[in-house]
Design a protein around this ligand. Structure first.
Ligand SMILES: NC(=O)c1ccc[n+]([C@@H]2O[C@H](COP(=O)([O-])OP(=O)(O)OC[C@H]3O[C@@H](n4cnc5c(N)ncnc54)[C@H](OP(=O)(O)O)[C@@H]3O)[C@@H](O)[C@H]2O)c1
Length: 224
């Protein structure tokens, strides 16, 4: 990654996406954020983020945002949360972002997914799986679509998220059986490190805080 072109973030209005924007700006990266509402625009622009408007569920808007602005070197998507009008963006929104990223020939796509998706379903107790089922089905669809896209990808599946300051104890592992919680700022820090790590390419990671793991199994951490 050269630092000459932009890192495009979908989901930067709040949560993990906002923390990633902060982290990249601190590292003097150029950041573009896709927003579907104006509320967070002033704060992001004050941070130095270039804002483009569009809903991830609108494929034409996503394509325009990614293909008609300055060159994009990587796309990071944290989109999720409760839908405003009944349609979740976890699969379709990410599919549109991936399609546009392929057309734009970006170097890398990082998808923030969730523990419980795909083979990591074994990490969650049955009751949690039941509650999250509809989201996790879409997360897994998005993961599979990204893996088949031909893009360099990194899939990060965080455990339960907390909005507290970074602890510095977050880690990623290829062990899909781990579960626990992690602070959003730590997920952001790990994501920014993954962005500039070639060994992390084309891998799926679980992300948790080593002091907030459920169980006491020995887990091999991936070094970034
Ligand atoms: N909550 C947890 O414990 C947990 C655990 C594991 C994984 N995750 C996943 O981790 C990721 C980050 O979670 P978070 O809680 O930090 O984020 P969040 O607060 O849920 O924020 C989601 C972001 O996605 C954006 N978004 C949603 N639909 C969109 C659309 N159609 N077009 C454009 N933007 C859209 C939201 O924008 P608006 O502000 O416009 O709504 C917001 O910026 C999510 O993918 C979440 O599913 C969450």
């Amino acid at each position: 990654m050269t630092g000459e072109s932009y890192i495009f973030i979908a989901g930067a209005s709040r949560g993990v996406g906002r923390e990633i924007a902060k982290c990249l700006i601190q590292q003097n990266q150029k950041v573009t954020a896709l927003l579907r509402g104006e509320a967070s625009r002033p704060e992001l622009e004050a941070m130095g983020v270039k804002v483009v408007m569009g809903d991830a569920l609108d494929s034409a808007a996503v394509e325009q945002a990614i293909l008609t602005n300055e060159p994009i070197q990587a796309v990071i998507s944290t989109i999720g949360g409760l839908p405003k009008d009944g349609q979740r963006a976890d699969y379709l929104g990410n599919k549109h972002l991936i399609d546009a990223a392929v057309k734009a020939k970006v170097d890398k796509f990082i998808l923030i997914s969730s523990i419980g998706s795909g083979e990591s379903a074994v990490a969650l107790p049955p009751q949690a799986m039941e509650t999250l089922r509809s989201v996790l089905i879409e997360k897994e669809q998005a993961e599979k679509y990204l893996m088949a896209s031909g893009l360099n990808y990194i899939i990060i599946r965080p455990g339960g998220l907390k909005s507290e300051p970074a602890t510095g104890n977050g880690f990623i592992t290829e062990n899909y059986k781990v579960a626990g919680t992690i602070h959003r700022a730590d997920v952001a820090d790990l994501t920014c490190k993954c962005l500039f790590s070639d060994p992390a390419n084309n891998k799926i990671f679980s992300a948790i805080d080593r002091m907030q793991m459920y169980g006491d199994a020995e887990v091999e951490e991936f070094s970034l």
